[in-house]
Design a binder for this molecule. Structure first.
Ligand code: ATP
Ligand code: MG
Length: 426
């Protein structure tokens, strides 16, 4: 039997109400905060991610699904990649469609996306090779830290609405590329003395991009990381002032945070503000729900005009895992049909089709099976359907127009006309 590819999975109907809920709350948050949806292709030119995300990142270095497209008569096949993240694509679209044109000073473009991403990572609970992200990007000429605080305020609403209460907001400033350069050398010096304690990946990171060592999840590397000099002492004045303002905006909104000077995100494009929201329940080791930050300069890297940007992405898979059990149960129960139709005999069967049509036309969710069954078997099927009510239709009901509506949770039954039943479900 053919099975799913390692690291990928089917999302089954019993879990979809949870996914729909997260998507629905996210869309509502985005509507309230003025974000509009964008959908970009699942695959792009490899160069977009190589330049945008950065050659030295784990993502580009070892996690991308890259393939050479079939050659055409006039050209060699080009290198394409399944998107590992969506910020580079959204910035590409922003540039390609000249969304920066005709803007008044300070005018912002607020975009959001929902969709699958692909990374060839080691599969674990909460870590998949096809996973789903919901994210936003705010782009324009302004880099006001109020933007950052407002986006985090929106996330705080979203988490509250999903009843995910036990979370921590971690923030840091990773400075400007220029101020980072001297820090990277300091870091490399510090790492040099500890090389024998670092994993093979960190050896590579030491060579190509020492900052990435902070991302390492290997326990023995974590011990080294705890003693490394942090970027905080090397921050340029402008980045320092920006970070102070950002914190003041969070304070003004009553948003609690923890400064973590060792949190540097795994993508090269971040400048200044970086943040994560970590969950503590139901997530296990993969507990980072949301990651984001500022990426001024990404547009320029991709050949566009100077543009400021700020955004985040959260893992939909992990957000679903973080939903409290009571909330998950409520969502699954709400997904059940309103009513299961039970008919007894052939005349009632024909009549049932009409009843089903009328109920459905009135917006009622109807479960119905076509097999003629005895009462007991039919009621078993009704229970299995998880419907809240069973509607019983026999010859007497057909002639009187009064139907038995049975509450399957309490066992109570009442006799009602179709109009009354529709009114009840409204
Ligand atoms: P992590 O540190 O967990 O690897 P990351 O820094 O690679 O995360 P980002 O690239 O910033 O994460 O993506 C943002 C969010 O997307 C993560 O916080 C997580 O919720 C989710 N995510 C990232 N990679 C995966 C994956 N392989 N499977 C499931 N969710 C993922
Ligand atoms: Mg990762």
């Amino acid at each position: 039997m053919i099975q799913t590819v390692r690291g990928t999975r089917d999302l089954l109907p019993e879990d979809m109400p949870l996914w729909h809920r997260v998507e629905e709350v996210a869309r509502e948050a985005f509507r309230r905060y003025g974000f509009r949806e964008i959908r970009t292709p699942i695959f792009e030119k490899t160069e977009l991610f190589a330049r945008g995300v950065g050659e030295s990142t784990d993502i580009v270095h070892k996690e991308m699904y890259t393939f050479v497209d079939r050659a055409r008569a006039d050209s060699e096949g080009e290198s394409l990649t399944l998107r590992p993240e969506n910020t580079a694509s959204v910035v590409r679209a922003y540039l390609q469609h000249k969304m920066f044109a005709d803007k008044s000073p300070g005018e912002l473009t607020r975009l959001y996306y929902i969709g699958p991403m692909f990374r060839r990572e080691r599969p674990q609970a909460g870590r998949y090779r096809q996973f789903y992200q919901i994210g936003v990007e705010v782009m324009g000429s302004s880099d006001d830290p109020a933007i950052e605080a407002e986006v985090i305020e929106m996330l705080s609403w979203l988490l509250q609405e999903l009843k995910i209460t036990n979370t921590t907001l971690l923030i840091n400033s990773v400075g400007e590329p220029a101020s980072r350069a001297s820090y990277v050398e300091t870091l490399r010096e510090a790492l040099k003395a500890q090389l024998d304690k670092l994993c093979a990946d960190c050896h590579h990171r030491y060579e190509t991009n020492p900052l990435r060592v902070f991302d390492c999840k290997v326990a023995s590397c974590q011990a080294v990381i705890a003693d490394l000099p942090t970027i905080t002492d090397s921050l340029d004045d402008a980045s320092r002032a920006h970070f102070e303002q950002f914190k003041a905006h969070l304070d003004a909104r009553g948003l609690a945070y923890t400064v973590n000077p060792r949190m540097v995100r795994g993508l090269d494009y971040y400048t200044r503000t970086a943040f994560e929201i970590v969950g503590h329940d139901g997530l296990g080791a993969q507990n980072t729900l949301i990651g984001g930050g500022r990426y001024d300069g990404l547009s320029e890297t991709l050949g566009g005009p100077p543009t400021k940007g700020f955004g985040f992405a959260f893992g939909l898979d992990r957000m679903v895992m973080a939903l409290p059990e009571a909330e998950a149960q409520r969502l699954r129960a709400n997904d059940a049909p309103d009513v299961f139709l039970v008919f007894l005999g052939d005349a009632a069967r024909q009549h049932t089709f009409q009843v089903a049509r009328d109920l459905r036309a009135a917006g009622v969710s109807v479960a119905l099976e076509f097999e003629d069954r005895k009462m007991k078997k039919a009621m078993t099927a009704a229970a299995k359907s998880r419907a809240r009510y069973a509607l019983i239709i026999g010859d007497n009901e057909v002639s009187s127009g009064q139907y038995g509506l049975k509450n399957l949770a309490t066992g109570e039954q009442e006799s009602l006309s179709l109009g009354d039943i529709i009114a009840k479900f409204k």
